[in-house]
Design a protein around this ligand. Sequence first.
Ligand SMILES: Cc1cc2nc3c(=O)[nH]c(=O)nc-3n(C[C@H](O)[C@H](O)[C@H](O)COP(=O)(O)OP(=O)(O)OC[C@H]3O[C@@H](n4cnc5c(N)ncnc54)[C@H](O)[C@@H]3O)c2cc1C
Length: 385
Amino acid sequence: MPARRSPWMDQDLDDFRDLARTFCEKEIKPNVDTFIANKQVDRDLWNKAGDQGLLCLSIPEEYGGGGGTFAHEAILIEEQARTGDSSWGASLHNGIVAHYILAYGTEEQKHAWLPKMASGEVVGAIAMTEPGTGSDLQSVKTKAIREGDEYVVNGSKTFITNGAQADVVIVVAKTNPEEAASGISLIIVPCDAPGFSRGRVLDKIGMKGQDTSELFFEDVRVPVTNLLGTEEGQGFIQLMMQLPQERLIVAVSNVAAMELILDETMRYVHDREAFGRPIWGFQNTKFKMAEVATEARVARSFVDECIGLHLEGQLDIPTVAMAKLWCSERAQKVADICLQLHGGYGYMNEYPIARAWADLRVSQIYAGTSEIMKEIIARSLPAPV
Ligand SMILES: Cc1cc2nc3c(=O)[nH]c(=O)nc-3n(C[C@H](O)[C@H](O)[C@H](O)COP(=O)(O)OP(=O)(O)OC[C@H]3O[C@@H](n4cnc5c(N)ncnc54)[C@H](O)[C@@H]3O)c2cc1C
């Protein structure tokens, strides 16, 4: 199948892809086993990426960023996925945390955090999920209660990407616990604040090199100027506005994973022999590979359309929910078929397909579960006239 160039690519982006690919091949691919053994990437990976201009790609240059667009973010996500790595939480740092600060932060907040996030001096995380609530964000129990010129933050969060290495966390908390959505605010908490602590890096079935962690807040005091934005009670709306980009990031990584799996499996079925011929020689293999190639191509077309829409500021919430739902579920199906074609080796962690199969499962859960995506899509369907 000829290599296909996405319609949103151009010559400058081709050059940027070369830079991103070289970095991922040199700094990530050879170290994936180490990241997994340590349950986190080497901390200096962030600084190396910052030196290469690979952090805060779509943040304006005046805040230390690359001055690029979501296309740059998508390319780095694709190139990281091409190495088979799921450890480095760059897409969350770049495409999510930095964008909350850019979209809602005051000038002081942007200048305080974004240049350091762009250099790799500061790693970012966002803490929405709690032990007692995930999908139902209105029910978070973490509180940030104003006392004079400070907020006092109390509560606990779990499943937080970049949790062990984060230097700053955007915390979803109730500034008015009497209210549901309208009581929620986003508070910037530096991780050296007294009362902040980290729990263990969680033991997951996949993404084993990602430092997904528990975080605890015990009378953590931050200045009121750490409220993200200038008005309390805006947190839920701020989350709803940013979740589309988060969901597109998941869909982009899913498509790139499908393409990697396809390539790896084509190689494997041509090399491996059974009954005196390559596995490729069985009609079943050809049919299965035709099926997964079609899944990958359809998903790629849809995601390319979504990236194009997002670059024009036209990507709506139900469409990106469809992309996340479709790509995450199809990527799992593709991984499952390709694992089967690897036989017993597909079950061995040293084979990329085994890791991909386990890594991909969470895509149907985080950034909003498949069921929540269906709720969003269903709500958007027009009533019959
Ligand atoms: C590896 C990993 C990384 C993560 N990273 C982060 C992070 O960086 N920051 C962060 O804040 N969170 C993070 N999460 C948390 C993730 O976003 C939540 O796990 C997810 O939103 C689901 O919430 P929950 O686990 O509480 O499940 P629940 O909300 O308890 O859902 C349980 C089941 O009920 C279903 N359900 C819930 N509500 C409905 C409904 N209305 N209709 C139908 N079905 C429903 C769900 O779809 C699911 O199947 C991460 C999770 C993982 C596993």
